[in-house]
Design a binder for this molecule. Structure first.
Ligand code: GLA
Length: 712
């Protein structure tokens, strides 16, 4: 049973294969503090016979005002009110000016893998339902909250996080996050958690480049005051939390002076003013907590399994090898030239051809026609279909870039509906990239955007959209009631959902100037994500390592582009560029018109090789490796779902003097099975490959290897 309820203890235990999550009700209905939901445990799986021992809090001096009462890490959902001073999840203003909540449990329901606990304010008709869902095979717990105002006046929501995640009180907590900036997204970072509140967030209306909405916590212990090492790739307990929200978000980690720790995850309360009118309900986004007793590698593989089972709209479906013409032609797009690129791409084995920005622009550059999703006549005199037909004849699918939330001033849509953009009377309408933002919280704007995309997909014979979003929201004035930052995200989701319902075969790629919007909510609506505009393969290694910390390779689109790289001017060998891109979803993004026969020949070989290993890479188990020559080298291996195929990638930024050969210890193999190295024919046991490893030869700067093994 994934959920057990002990009636006598009033205790709920949610069990996954390796995890237990326990909450309990204490206090009496109508009593001094009422019946409350208390957090009791989250960690390695325990027995139901342990539950009685969990109903105990370490004592906190009652005479000291230092501590909140109750302590945040002992509550399931911290609200603002009473003697609570820690990061809270929920804060509301009632119509009569009361600004505190006093919630009391009114009931619960267990249905299979789901539990809900209902609460109501002790004085106002304001209802909160805490929802839980166990995903046993992934050791995951989904949590979300439903709010309902059944009172006579409007309630203003000031803070609406989806969950409080209390973490164990162990010494030396460390926080792993995916932080960065434009073109340097998802840098895997681990730092000590210091007392106080550490906030990771976005206030921009998209998840943003500065941080990805996911964290992981492990504990390094204290040895003579110095931090120990904590969890490793394969060992140790790790807790991870992510938020499925495609807009402004906030994950705060608060460490109290005595080591009590809790994480609060939800939509950002920055500029939040959400009015809940009488009768209104609001369902907050899902936040998921995963526990791994098998280190960071275990966390990664649980997230991958979670996404494949519950997020990916096309699980197990091979992603095509694509070509995108952005870096080849930028805005300077024209039908004949794109047809020529498509012919070259098809000749190399490409299966999906994507025309990027520019095709609709009536002028040069980025100042015109954004928002008018019609091909510019001087670029496509016979419409987009002329290109689509040619691409289809070449046996490829046809994809088109769009940025549906945006428009230029110089566009028909802006001339017809200047009132459809976010603005505030008397305030400056700021432009970024000459763009304004459509108020997608409005139903008529959603309808218009949907109609335009529907028409484009239908009349252009489009199989794939790259949905971009290149500027943050700002000056978000709107005539629509409700919370504008929230409504925008709901509007985007709605348009995508309706478009997908109308075109079930349409694929979508999520992009926001690179990896600015790749949360679990958008990834449930898109097949691929563009992790970064930085296509420099050397930088990509770290960006992809961070991205794939949570997301499987099946959504990680990677292009091989020309050198010097567009954003860094760095040069890397073609082999390195291919290997880095082949460890995700391979795409080409160079100017194929200038590729010579030698490059083409190599590209054909790599594309063909990729097609042989792509199921393993895209749908297999990922293990991060630690090559013996350390610092400048990194490796990953992908093992196919049935364990029979193994693809090993090794990358070195620079090879040290005479250190041309190194051992790369593999992970995740069956120690008792035998594996053949398909290149040399040498047979080795899984045990040897784990303990000593493969010998890999690398020479020079930006050296790489791709080795494949087959289980005998
Ligand atoms: C963004 C995307 C790029 C490209 C350009 C087009 O920067 O991240 O891949 O599509 O927009 O303007």
């Amino acid at each position: 049973m994934p959920i057990t309820y002990d009636e006598e203890l009033r205790c709920f235990a949610l069990h996954g294969d390796n995890v237990s999550y326990v909450l309990a009700v204490d206090g009496e209905p109508g009593g001094a503090v009422g019946a409350r939901v208390r957090h009791r445990y989250w960690g390695p799986r325990i027995a139901d016979s342990d539950l009685a021992s969990l109903l105990y809090d370490l004592p906190t001096p009652g005479w000291s005002g230092t501590w909140s009462r109750p302590r945040a890490h002992t509550e399931e959902y911290v609200v603002h009110g009473g003697l609570r001073y820690d990061e809270c999840a929920l804060k509301v203003d009632f119509p009569d000016g009361v600004r505190e909540l006093e919630l009391e449990v009114t009931g619960h329901e267990v249905a299979g893998e789901e539990l809900s606990v209902s609460l109501v304010d002790r004085r106002y008709d304001f209802h909160v339902v805490l929802h839980y869902r166990v995903r046993p095979a992934q050791d995951a717990v989904d949590r979300w909250v439903e709010l309902a105002n059944e009172g006579a006046g409007s309630v203003v929501l000031q803070r609406i996080a989806s969950a409080t995640w209390p973490l164990p009180q162990r010494p030396g907590p460390h926080l792993t996050s995916l932080v960065g900036r434009y073109a340097v997204e998802t840098q895997l970072t681990r730092q000590r958690v210091n007392p106080g509140v550490h906030v990771l967030e976005s206030r921009r209306g998209i998840p943003g480049h500065a941080a990805h909405p996911v964290v992981a916590v492990d504990y390094a212990g204290e040895r003579g005051g110095a931090a120990g090492t904590g969890a490793s790739e394969e060992h140790g307990d790790v807790w991870s939390v992510a938020l499925a929200w495609s807009g402004s978000w906030k994950i705060s980690t608060q460490l109290a002076g005595d080591g009590a720790l809790h994480v609060t995850a939800g939509v950002n309360d920055f500029d939040l003013r959400h009015e809940l009118a009488p009768g209104d309900r609001l369902t907050l986004p899902v936040t998921t907590g995963i526990f791994s007793p098998a280190g960071f590698g275990g966390v990664t593989r649980r997230w991958h399994s979670y996404e494949r089972s519950y997020v990916d709209p096309r699980p197990g479906v091979d992603r095509p090898v694509s070509y995108n013409s952005w870096e080849a032609t930028f805005y300077d797009v024209e039908c004949g030239q794109q047809i020529e690129l498509a012919r070259r791409a098809a000749d190399l084995g490409v299966e999906l051809f994507i025309i990027d920005d520019g095709w609709f622009r009536t002028g040069p550059g980025d100042e015109s026609s954004l928002g008018d999703w019609r091909p510019a006549p001087h670029r496509f005199p016979n419409g987009l279909r002329a290109l689509a037909d040619e691409v289809h004849l070449l046996g490829m699918r046809f994809g088109v870039w769009v940025e549906p939330e945006m428009l230029n001033r110089d566009s028909d849509i802006f001339r017809a509906h200047p009132d459809w953009v976010y603005r505030m009377p008397g305030r400056t309408s700021h432009e970024v990239r000459h763009q304004l933002v459509l108020d997608l919280g409005r139903a008529e704007v959603q309808d218009a955007v949907l109609a335009a995309l529907d028409d484009l997909v239908g009349s252009g014979d489009v199989d794939y959209l790259k949905w971009d979003m290149n500027r943050p929201l700002g000056t978000v004035g709107t005539p629509v009631a409700g919370a504008v930052w929230w409504n925008h995200v709901v509007g985007v989701h709605r348009v995508i959902d309706r478009l997908r319902a109308r075109h079930p075969d349409l694929w979508i790629e999520t992009c926001a100037s690179g990896g600015g919007r790749a949360d679990l909510a958008i990834l449930s609506r898109t097949e691929l994500a563009w992790p970064s505009d930085n296509t420099d393969a050397a930088d990509r290694v770290a960006i992809q390592r961070g991205y794939s910390f949570v997301h499987p390779a099946s959504s990680m689109l990677c292009w091989v582009t020309d050198v010097p790289a567009h954003l860094t001017k760095r040069t890397a060998p073609l082999s390195f560029r291919f290997h880095v891109a082949m460890s995700g979803v391979l795409g080409l993004g160079g100017n194929l018109l200038s590729w010579g026969e030698e490059e083409n020949e190599q590209a054909r070989r790599y594309v063909a090789q990729y097609k042989k290993i792509r199921s393993t890479v895209q749908h297999g188990q990922l293990h991060r490796l630690e090559p013996s020559h350390g610092r400048d080298s990194s490796g990953i291996c992908h093992i196919s779902a049935d364990g029979s195929e193994v693809a090993v990638f090794v990358f070195a930024r620079a090879v040290a003097a005479t250190a041309f050969e190194q051992y790369v210890r593999l992970r995740g193999l069956d120690p008792k099975a035998s594996y053949v190295d398909t290149r040399t024919g040498r047979v080795m046991s899984g045990a040897l490959l784990h303990s000593r490893g493969l010998v890999v030869e690398l020479k020079g700067d930006l050296a790489s290897a791709l080795l494949t093994l087959r289980r005998l």
